[in-house]
Design a binder for this molecule. Structure first.
Ligand code: GDP
Ligand code: MG
Length: 441
């Protein structure tokens, strides 16, 4: 995929300006590239549509070619699809003993992942973990888990010959309760293909154990197949998260994208090798970088954007020193605030301000308010933004309507701009030794 994309964007970067038509052409090729990386057709199509919408009408950062800008947009859109909600890698394991059910096809890495996760829970979270193998089809599989358990210092349920998976699950539950374990992990049998028996067995175990997490282990190298497997398991058994294994290989990462898009299930962990420590929480940025393989361009664009922001804020400082502060300046300030995690985020970062952040939250002055204010400013004409004093009743009505807000909201915003402007003037009047001028040196 990355080779293909490099080709596309090489061609783009050589062009000076990028027309809408050019973007469309490029994205058609992106779509082909995604398909070649085993991303499923509807996913690739949706993805391209999202990028198209984002790219169209977006300003190109100074000193960056439109093609490079598109790379960054594609990259960000990838991250958006890949990231799930909540904390990465978080598992529901309160209320001990918490059952975790591991499901997946044979050879996907279930047993290995079971042991890796058990070790992680023990080492990082200080949890007492019990592992049980339910793989009655292959006696060697039970041995395998016992050996891994001994190796990492995690208990395994004693093997009893002739027991069926449901009986083992019941015994594991009892043992976990009696033994004071925090977590017990059920490593199920897999098959080479999904079939009715495999599903029925996993469902029976699920009904006995009532797992807090059902983790689907999928070979990250299997591409499109992985998505079918995930859909099937989720429909029939119900999956709470996915672990992608073999991401240490030269996999294309395409499976991660369609897995996320199709099942909506969070990818919680990635397996990065055969060793017991070779597991990490899923990082969308990393996988996105891998799918694109154009980290250097992304970094370049990010750098250019930072530089531009710096220039903008320097320009604003100069204007402020002269006592000028119009709606453009206010918009920039509001955007900066959102970027820093809103008022709460900013205050949360300052020691002793946590309580105040709560009050701000209670006052309803959060991201939403900031975004509404920005919408109001966006609804103004260029002239109005530069000279907000020209706003009379009819203009105000139009602006508020355009932003889907009340005129009273707009009045509040105008008051804020005036007050900040007055403050700037005062600061500007502090003369040559004034603190703003001082700060700019
Ligand atoms: P199961 O049949 O689903 O239980 O699969 P296993 O856990 O027995 O794993 C099958 C093979 O894949 C073993 O040789 C593992 O060492 C290997 N394996 C599992 N996870 C990974 C991984 O993340 N990377 C690599 N390179 N190998 C893995
Ligand atoms: Mg196994």
């Amino acid at each position: 995929l990355s080779e293909r994309l490099s080709g596309v964007f090489d061609r783009l970067t050589k062009q000076g300006a990028l027309s809408e038509e050019d973007v469309a052409t490029a994205l058609r090729e992106v779509r082909v590239a995604l398909l070649e990386a085993d991303v499923s057709l509807p996913v690739a199509r949706d993805f391209v549509k999202v990028v198209q919408e984002k790219a169209t009408g977006q300003a190109v950062t100074k000193s960056i070619t439109p093609g490079q800008q598109v790379v960054k947009i594609v990259h960000d859109a990838l991250i958006d699809v890949l990231k799930g909600e909540g904390e990465p890698g978080a598992l529901k394991i309160d209320n001990p003993p918490a059952p975790i059910l591991m499901v997946g096809l044979q050879g996907s890495g279930k047993t290995t992942t079971t042991a890796k996760l058990a070790k992680r829970l023990k080492d990082r979270d200080g949890k007492r973990v019990l592992m049980a193998s339910l793989d009655v089809n292959r006696p060697a599989a039970m041995e395998q888990l016992a050996i891994l358990g001994a190796q990492i210092g995690v208990d395994t349920l004693p093997i009893v010959k002739g027991e069926d998976p449901v009986a083992i699950a019941k015994r594991a539950k009892t043992q976990a309760g009696l033994g004071g374990y925090d977590v017990y992990m059920l490593d199920t049998a897999g098959r080479l293909h999904i079939d009715a028996e495999l599903i029925a067995q996993a469902a029976a175990v699920r009904d006995v154990a009532n797992p807090r997490e059902t983790l689907l282990v999928v070979d990250g190298l299997t591409g499109q197949d992985a998505v079918n497997v995930a859909t099937e398991f989720d429909d029939k058994i119900g999956v709470s998260g996915v672990v992608l294994t073999r991401m240490d290989g030269d996999g294309r990462g395409g499976a991660a994208l369609s897995m996320r898009a199709v099942t909506g299930k969070p990818i919680k962990y990635v397996g990065l090798g055969e060793k017991m420590d070779a597991i990490e929480t899923f990082e969308p940025e990393r996988i996105a970088g891998r799918i694109l393989g154009m980290g250097d361009i992304v970094a370049l664009v990010e750098k250019a954007q930072e530089t531009l922001e710096l220039e903008q804020s320097e320009r604003m400082m100069k204007r402020m020193a002269k006592g000028q502060f119009n709606m453009n300046d206010l918009k920039m300030q509001l955007e900066q605030m959102i970027k820093m995690g809103g008022m709460q985020g900013m205050m949360g970062m300052m020691p002793g301000m946590g309580k105040m952040a709560k009050q701000v939250e209670n006052a309803g002055f959060d991201d939403k308010v900031l975004k509404h204010q920005i919408a109001l400013i966006q609804s103004m004409t260029k002239k109005e933004r530069a000279n907000p004093q020209i706003l009379q009743a009819s203009r105000k009505k139009r602006i508020a309507k355009g932003a889907g807000m009340e005129v009273s909201e707009l009045n509040k915003l105008l008051k804020m701009q005036r007050q900040m402007g007055d403050m700037m003037k005062k600061m500007g009047k502090m003369g040559k030794g004034g603190m703003l001028k001082q700060a700019m040196k």
